[in-house]
Each structure stands twice: as structure tokens, then as C-alpha cells.
Design a protein around this ligand. Structure first.
Ligand SMILES: [Zn+2]
Length: 286
């Protein structure tokens, strides 16, 4: 009996590990779906909580689905909520883009009505301070079938072999767009594909101070990701480490071109930190 118990225990260890891992993954998925199920924000003034990859937001504001110089894509996801500062920044960017006749911005995901983990698509975008904005500045006219704008692909700015930019797609207007975005109030950093950062490093003349916030990152060849700093009204918001001084057109950029690929997802992402307990209360609000 004792021996059999020992054998059973020994044999079931890997199985238990698998079951445990499934339960953990299941709880992560459940956790995320709890947040995606809530279709409206909590009341009160906006307050970002925690980190962008482990946080939430109270009093999120809605980005109107269309405005001057922009349209929101993937409406069916209900991820057009964020801190008032983020909503304002996007609207200002749209206005600047319209004033300069750069085209029309296509706005991808912001966050869920109360932020929090997302069941698919991103690890960040949790505290109402992140937005994805497509590089394509000439969206096709929407037809009835595209009403939710869910099936429209974002075109990459890279060439077919992904060894550099497609110069037929990349234009000076894209550089101007990134400069306008980088100079918006409250912008902490903007993620772009390393090939895009390299292009800016090699081509921007005049004031180059704004290159500081343009950060090379995996993917981001069909959109850029704009992240705001923690707003003053959000004492429990936790920001990232400051970006090293300078334009970033140096060895830290070269590093990317010595990696196997700059277009695949980041390998082995770090474990997600625990959500702040304050977020439970925000989720539970009516
Ligand atoms: Zn993003």
C-alpha cells in the first residue's frame, strides 16, 4: 500500500504540474475576461492605478468613435476608453493631423472601460495610458460591411523581406506624425519598429530632441504605441524607468539589428505582476 502510494505520488507529479499550470492559465484567462465583460467605466474623475502591464483605471473617459482627423478601429472590442489625458492627446493629435493635411488617423486599442488585463492582444494597455495608432494615413472609405471596422488590416511599413522600410509606403508625413505625437503633452514614450527608429535617426533634420521618446521595440511596423506618463491626479499610478538621455541613435539601436529578427514577438515575456488590490474595488463598483 505504502509502496503503491509512493508510486502513485511519483507518477502523478508531472500530471499535477500540468493540471496546476492549466488552472493557473485558466485563472489568468478568467481574470482577463472579468475585466473585458464590464462594458462601462466606474464613476468619478479619472484615476490610473498601477502599471500599464498590471493596472486599471477608475473614471475612464470614452474616445468618441470619430473626430477631427481620426477614426477608431475595431469598435467591437470596446477598447476605446482611457484616462482623460489620453483621450485629449488623441483628439489633439487628430486635429494637428487634419490641419496639416497628413491624412486620417486610424486609432487601434486604448483600453477597456475599467482597464485591467485584456484577454488577447496586449500585455500593457491596462491603466488607461496606452494607445495604438496605425501608420496608414489613407484609410479606405468605410462601407456598411465595415461598420465595426474590425476586419480592416493595418499595412506594415516594412519591405517584403522585412530588412528595412518600404519606401513606397513610408513618407515624410509619417515622420511628421511621430514628431507631432512625441511633442504632445504627457507623452512618456512611443514604441516603433527598430527600422523606423533607424530611418528617423538617419533622416530627421533641425530639432531632434523628440527622438528621445521614440523607442525601438518588437513589431510596431504597422502601428506605433503611444504611452503617457502617470497623470498628476493618479497617486497610485506607477510609471516606468526613465528613458536613458539622448536621441537613442546609438549602440542601443544597433543592438536590434544583431538579433535574429526584429519583427517577432518578444521571446519569454517576464511574468505579469499582481494587480493592485485597489483594482478589485474599481472592478466591483456598479
Ligand atoms: Zn500597443
Amino acid at each position: 500500500m505504502e509502496i503503491r502510494d509512493k508510486i502513485t505520488t511519483f507518477e502523478s507529479r508531472p500530471k499535477r504540474l500540468v493540471i496546476l499550470m492549466c488552472l493557473m492559465l485558466g485563472s489568468v484567462a478568467l481574470h482577463a475576461s472579468e475585466w473585458s465583460r464590464v462594458d462601462h467605466p466606474s464613476e468619478g474623475s479619472p484615476r490610473s492605478v498601477g502599471e500599464t502591464n498590471s493596472g486599471c483605471i477608475a473614471g475612464a473617459q470614452v474616445l468618441p468613435l470619430e473626430g477631427k482627423g481620426y477614426v477608431v478601429m475595431h469598435i467591437e472590442r470596446n477598447r476605446y476608453w482611457g484616462h482623460a489625458d489620453l483621450v485629449n492627446a488623441i483628439q489633439i493629435l487628430g486635429q494637428k493631423v487634419a490641419q496639416r493635411n497628413l491624412g486620417t488617423l486610424q486609432i487601434g486599442d486604448l483600453g477597456q472601460p475599467r482597464g485591467g488585463p485584456l484577454p488577447f492582444g496586449h500585455r500593457s494597455h491596462q491603466s488607461g495610458l496606452d494607445v495604438d495608432i496605425w501608420f496608414n494615413l489613407k484609410p479606405k472609405l468605410l462601407t456598411g460591411a465595415d461598420e465595426m471596422r474590425g476586419n480592416i488590416p493595418a499595412p506594415s511599413m516594412l519591405n517584403d523581406s522585412k530588412t528595412g522600410l518600404d519606401q513606397g509606403k513610408w513618407t515624410d508625413n509619417h515622420a511628421t506624425l511621430l514628431e507631432l505625437a512625441a511633442n504632445l503633452p504627457g507623452v512618456d514614450r512611443i514604441f516603433v519598429n527598430p527600422h523606423i527608429k533607424k530611418e528617423l535617426c538617419e533622416s530627421v533634420t533641425g530639432n531632434r530632441d523628440w527622438l528621445h521618446v521614440i523607442r525601438p521595440w518588437y513589431n510596431h511596423d504597422d502601428h506605433f504605441h503611444m504611452r503617457l506618463s502617470c497623470p498628476a491626479d493618479s497617486p497610485s499610478c506607477r510609471g516606468q524607468e526613465p528613458i536613458p538621455a539622448g536621441e537613442g541613435c546609438d549602440a542601443s539601436l544597433d543592438w536590434w539589428f544583431h538579433q535574429p529578427t526584429v519583427t517577432t514577438p518578444k521571446p519569454h515575456p517576464a511574468p505579469t505582476p499582481q494587480l493592485p488590490t485597489e483594482c478589485r474595488d474599481i472592478l466591483a463598483e456598479p
